[in-house]
Design a protein around this ligand. Structure first.
Ligand code: E4P
Length: 217
């Protein structure tokens, strides 16, 4: 499973990028709102740093407007993926983008049927939201398994982005259940690095090295 950073914060994206783990970035209007920057300018900055897919979401509500808005976003850089909501107008827009060779990420997916429709409309990626399903007492990870099985049975090549990831266990489980990509905040990437035995081991090795150096003097 590839790692995407779910953020519009340039420092967070850069930190993960410098660690070599970032294959792409996803943004959404709520993440952009937190940054208080011009969206297109920020997309230029992100796409000049990250060469993989960078999802930029449309905020129009009709297919016609989504197509116009998405085309403008796609002009910012060749690695922009247009993020489109999972609804009737969104599917019409996905069809048009697919025909125009523009990559799409269908967002706010909460059922396997929605994922199937998005894939058949021509989506490059579908984004099932794990955390938000967990929040209402459903098992978000089961949705990843269902979509993964469904796509495998029918040879569907649309990639599954496990989204709304809240903690490291979501990452492990989404990967085991067949998500192609997990998109997560930097905080989760940093949590994934941690293990108390690693820290203890590093401290011990450094302390022993200090002792070893004394013998070498
Ligand atoms: C990513 O594409 C989604 O917009 C994001 O993961 C949503 O996460 P949230 O449910 O934590 O807002």
């Amino acid at each position: 499973m590839k790692i995407f950073i779910d953020s519009a914060n340039l420092n967070d994206i850069k930190e993960a990028h410098d660690m070599g783990v970032v294959a792409g970035v996803t943004t959404n209007p709520s993440l952009v709102m937190k940054e208080k920057v011009n969206f297109h300018d920020r997309l230029r900055e992100i796409t000049s740093l990250v060469s993989g897919s960078v999802s930029a979401e449309v905020v129009s509500t009709t297919a016609e407007e989504m197509i116009e808005e998405g085309k403008q976003l796609a002009e910012i850089a060749p690695n922009i993926t247009v993020k489109v909501p999972m609804n009737r107008e969104g599917m019409k827009a996905v069809k048009a983008f697919s025909e125009a060779g523009i990559k799409t990420n269908v967002t706010l997916v909460f059922s396997a049927n929605q994922a199937l429709l998005a894939a058949r409309a021509g989506a490059s990626y579908v984004s099932p939201f794990l955390g938000r399903l967990d929040d209402i007492g459903h098992n978000g990870l089961d949705l990843i398994s269902e979509i993964s099985d469904l796509f495998a049975v029918h040879g569907i090549e649309t990639e599954i982005i496990a989204a709304s990831i809240r903690h490291p266990l979501h990452v492990t489980e989404a990967a085991l259940r067949g998500a192609d990509i997990g998109t997560m905040p930097l905080k989760v990437v940093l949590q994934m690095l941690e293990h108390p035995l690693t820290d203890k081991g590093i401290d011990q090795f450094l302390a022993d090295w200090e002792e070893a150096k004394k013998e070498m003097e």
